[in-house]
Design a binder for this molecule. Structure first.
Ligand SMILES: CC(=O)N[C@H]1[C@@H](OP(=O)(O)OP(=O)(O)OC[C@H]2O[C@@H](n3ccc(=O)[nH]c3=O)[C@H](O)[C@@H]2O)O[C@H](CO)[C@@H](O)[C@@H]1O
Ligand SMILES: C=C(OP(=O)(O)O)C(=O)O
Length: 436
């Protein structure tokens, strides 16, 4: 297992550009299975999860042409459905969360879709009920044995459009059901749909392939099924989670950083939430300039009560940035309650920050109160291990702000979602070494 050695306490400076969005990439890659024609995708992040999914597609018989690390053409004109029965598939499919989204396209186009219990971060229970309830409503039947951690759906003939109210606005669940419904017979209405920019982008791509999806950006989607889809070219948006990560990094290290081509119009609540921590953000066109902050002061609510930052399905604040907000708050002036509503085990990493000298009270698995140090004392360097992708980057940010040498183990978690991060941060002046 590899490690980062970080020589922290230095101010950084310069311009950094976000990679393409990981969670969008995982959706649109699965969508290539919906047509036999070529689909070209640009701005794919060169990260472990995306490369694993591309490898899985290739194993399924999809022709993969790599133009650059970020641009590929895929052609699913000879899909090998028998691969779904192989041990290799059980292994590769289980390695990442995003692989679950091959089920919808395979089911609707080939009449069967299977998936081993997918991987991804260990951040609490991550159920798949929404996905499978949706497939069943479209007329599929369950096959396989959930006890064996292998789930399958099959259909005899074309899926049939219907009305469905999702039990929760699951991001990958909505994407999976949309992809199944675009080729179903008749009209599907999905209420309580997730509508993250990832989903909006998927819907735009599918419409450019000939799908008929209405209501994009809302929680009520109407999908008129079509017989077949054609090829297209699609470009992924900048990764909003990277944008938020860089804002937090700039503030806590007191660095002046410009985030170029940040996809500002797609960031939703992200700038507002960081501004509530007292961070100034200057938006110049599509760039975000974060000036060097000697201090930043957490706002209170209008009535003077303590600020709470919590996650919610889009257009609420994404859960994937709460760990970054939390670490950024440790050097602010003032206090904030971080309330992680969606995931049960995503805040446990705060014990590492407490070891580094941060003042945090973990109230329960979902809530932590941060009492900002107002830079009275820097965080202390530490040796730690990255429990999940976002906690990993939060610890990396903490280490960059700490005076001295820190080590982070299990950085494979960070590599899942951040492209060549040490190289990009070194260009801002960070001192980071990868060992192993
Ligand atoms: C590959 C990918 O795209 N992963 C993202 C996707 O995961 P994923 O699609 O797996 O996450 P879901 O949206 O299904 O659910 C995430 C968690 O939130 C809970 N939940 C969800 C919706 C809701 O209305 N109420 C609720 O409590 C679920 O029970 C679950 O515990 O969306 C998550 C939520 O934005 C992100 O953290 C992940 O980065
Ligand atoms: C939780 C995340 O990823 P995944 O769903 O792939 O585990 C994330 O990107 O923060």
């Amino acid at each position: 297992m590899s490690q980062f050695k970080i020589y922290g306490g230095k101010k950084l400076q310069g311009t950094i550009e976000p990679q393409g969005a990981k969670n969008e990439a995982l959706q649109v890659l699965c969508a290539v299975l919906l047509t036999s024609e070529p689909v070209t995708i640009h701005n794919l992040p060169d990260i472990v999860d995306v490369n694993r999914l591309i490898d899985l597609l290739a194993s399924l018989g999809v022709k993969v042409t790599r133009h650059s690390p970020h641009s590929y053409t895929f052609q699913a004109d000879a899909v090998d459905i028998d691969y779904l029965y192989s041990d290799d598939f059980r292994r590769k499919g289980a390695a990442l969360r995003g692989s679950v989204m091959i089920v919808g396209p395979l089911l609707t186009r080939f009449g069967k879709g299977y998936i081993p219990k997918p991987g991804g971060d260990k951040i609490g229970r991550r159920r798949l009920d929404t996905h499978f309830d949706g497939f069943l409503k479209l007329g599929a039947t369950l096959r396989g044995n959930p006890g064996e951690n292998f789930y399958g759906v099959e259909s005899n003939g074309r899926l049939r459009g219907t009305y469905m109210l999702l039990d929760e606005a699951s991001v990958t669940g909505t994407a999976n059901i949309i992809m199944a419904a675009v080729l179903a017979e008749g009209t599907t209405t999905i209420y309580h749909a997730a509508c993250e920019p990832y989903i909006q982008q998927l819907c735009r791509m599918l419409n450019s392939m000939g799908a008929r999806i209405e209501g994009i950006g809302s929680n009520l989607l109407t999908i008129h099924g079509v017989e077949a889809l054609q090829g297209t070219t699609h470009t992924c948006l900048p990764d909003m989670i990277e944008v938020g990560s860089f804002i937090g990094l700039a503030a806590i290290t007191g660095s002046e950083i410009t985030i170029a081509n940040a996809g500002v119009e797609h960031l939703g609540q992200i700038p507002t939430v960081f501004r509530r921590l007292g961070i100034q953000l200057q938006i110049n066109g599509d760039d975000i300039h974060v000036p060097a902050h000697e201090q930043y002061e957490i706002d209170t609510f209008m009535d003077g009560s303590i600020m709470t930052i919590s996650d919610a399905p889009w257009p609420g604040f994404t859960p994937d940035l709460l760990s970054i907000v939390l670490v950024t708050a440790t050097q602010a002036r003032g206090s904030v309650l971080i309330h992680q509503k969606m995931f049960e085990s995503r805040l446990f990493f705060v014990d590492k920050l407490i070891d580094m000298g941060a003042q945090i009270i973990l109230c329960d698995p979902h809530r932590a109160t941060v009492i900002g140090l107002d830079r009275r004392q820097p965080l202390r360097p530490a040796t730690m291990s990255s429990p999940d992708i976002r906690a990993g980057v939060s610890l990396l940010i903490a280490a960059l702000s700490a005076d001295g040498v820190s080590t982070i183990h299990n950085i494979e978690q960070i590599d899942r979602g951040y492209q060549n991060i040490e190289h990009r941060l070194r260009q801002l002046g960070a001192e980071i070494e990868r060992i192993g």
